[in-house]
Structures are given as structure tokens and as C-alpha cells.
Ligand binder design. Structure first.
Ligand code: TMP
Length: 236
């Protein structure tokens, strides 16, 4: 499989077309940004780690009945994925208060939420990905009612699968962000990535942060945190 044209370059990944009209190649970068691109940096080895962690988790989810875009890992930083058009929503799932939820609602980070919280943000960099609800989604025609129901059903199921899996590795799944896509035949499947860039992972015992918050908040030990996640998940 060969990369033909660069279709899109995001903050952390590039997407290429291939000779197969139904398959794209995703190439993960070491570039890191935060606060909608305001803070920029490099996390050495991040591209390879996020590629491998994402594929590992996508395979786990697929084995439990979640349809995903994963096709085949091509090398350390590149993966073949099914072509989709991305639904312009960032779907955030929260088990424990942290980050923007803690700020907005005045809950100390680490507060257990009585029930899982689902949030939708409109994927639009110019607007800073504002939080929206199902009425905005319908009014802006970002997804149909049926699509949003599928997205919601998959998101809760993914949360259960990942929480249970990570618990055994002494990782607490605080919150995470998902993106979904539409296939050519109109099905909703999981797309994008599931990695320390897009999840909050805390060590279950020490509550040490093992994710991109180390970069966002200048906590140091950024590369080591990504390596630790790779080690716990893939044993390397
Ligand atoms: P937040 O607390 O900053 O809203 O982040 C919630 C979760 O979403 C957290 O696990 C990090 C992830 N996230 C992204 O993947 N991309 C983003 O642009 C933002 C703001 C958060």
C-alpha cells in the first residue's frame, strides 16, 4: 500500500489517499500542541507510541463488537484505515472530574462522578471547539438523530471496555475524546485515535498522570509517561 496524495494535515497526524479508493493511510507525528495550537512542542517517539497504542485499543474494541476504521498497521508511525468522512464532533466521555469539567463546575480534579458524563464539542478550530448539545447538533445538521444514537451507544460501550481493560493494567481512565466517521455506505464507525494525546490516564495507585497533561501543564517526564503507557499496554 502506497501513500499517493496528502489529503489533510492536522496537528498530530497526516492523512494520505492510497491506490485503494476506500483506504487512507494515517501518519502519526511527534508534534504536540495544546490550547488549540497556542502551545507547540515535540514529544520524541510520540508518533510511534500513539500509532501502536491506538491500533492495540482499536483491535480490542473491534473484538468486542465496536466497528472501527482500523485496517492494518504498516510501520511504526503509519496505519491503513478505512476511508470515512469525519462527523465534526469531539465526543468526550468522563468518569472522574478533571480538566475543563473541573474548571467549569468547580469540582476538584479526581472527584468521582456519580454517573458517566458525555459531552459533545463542535469540531471547529476557528471557534475553539465549543461545547454543544443534541439540539445544536440537529440544528447545524452535524449528525442525524440515528447517527447520534449510534455514537452515544458506542461511546458508553467503549468506555466500559476500556475502563475494564485498563483497570487490570493499573490505569484509571479519567476521561477521553472520540471521533466517529461515516463510511461510503453510510455506517458510523470509530475513527481518529485513542492515545495519551486524547485520554487522561492516571496510575491507579499513585494517581500519577500518564498522558498529555504532562505536556499541557509543563509537568516534565512527558516522554517517559508515553513510554510507560506503551509498556503497560503492549509489554514493550
Ligand atoms: P478537557 O478536560 O480539556 O475538556 O479534555 C477532556 C478530554 O478530551 C481529555 O482526555 C483530553 C481530550 N482532548 C482531546 O483529545 N483534544 C482536545 O482538543 C481537548 C481539548 C481535549
Amino acid at each position: 500500500m502506497q501513500k499517493i496524495n496528502l489529503l489533510y494535515e492536522g496537528k498530530a497526524k497526516k492523512v494520505y489517499t492510497t491506490e485503494d479508493s476506500e483506504v487512507y493511510i494515517v501518519s502519526y507525528k511527534d508534534d504536540a500542541t495544546a490550547f488549540n495550537g497556542l502551545k507547540k512542542g515535540t514529544i520524541e517517539g510520540k508518533g510511534a507510541i500513539n500509532n501502536r497504542v491506538t491500533n492495540h485499543l482499536m483491535k480490542l474494541l473491534a473484538s468486542k463488537g465496536i466497528p472501527t476504521h482500523f485496517v492494518k498497521q504498516l510501520n511504526d508511525c503509519e496505519t491503513a484505515v478505512r476511508k470515512v468522512s469525519i462527523v465534526p464532533l469531539e465526543v468526550i466521555v468522563r468518569n472522574i472530574a478533571a480538566g475543563s469539567l473541573s474548571k467549569r463546575l468547580g469540582l476538584p480534579e479526581g472527584t468521582k462522578l456519580a454517573t458517566t458524563v458525555l459531552e459533545f464539542c463542535y469540531k471547529n478550530d476557528e471557534l475553539g471547539d465549543p461545547m454543544i448539545n443534541e439540539y445544536h447538533i440537529a440544528a447545524l445538521q452535524l449528525a442525524t438523530k440515528e447517527e447520534l444514537e449510534k455514537i452515544t451507544e458506542y461511546s458508553f460501550k467503549i468506555n466500559q471496555i476500556l475502563t475494564d481493560y485498563l483497570k487490570d493494567l493499573n490505569i484509571e481512565l479519567i476521561d477521553f475524546k472520540l471521533e466517529f466517521g461515516r463510511t461510503s455506505d453510510g455506517k458510523i464507525i470509530l475513527a481518529d485515535e485513542i492515545s495519551p494525546d486524547t485520554c487522561r490516564f492516571w496510575d491507579s495507585k499513585t494517581k500519577e498522570k500518564l498522558d498529555k497533561d504532562r505536556f499541557r501543564r509543563d509537568l516534565g517526564g512527558v516522554e517517559d509517561a508515553y513510554k510507560e503507557i506503551l509498556k503497560r499496554l503492549l509489554g514493550e
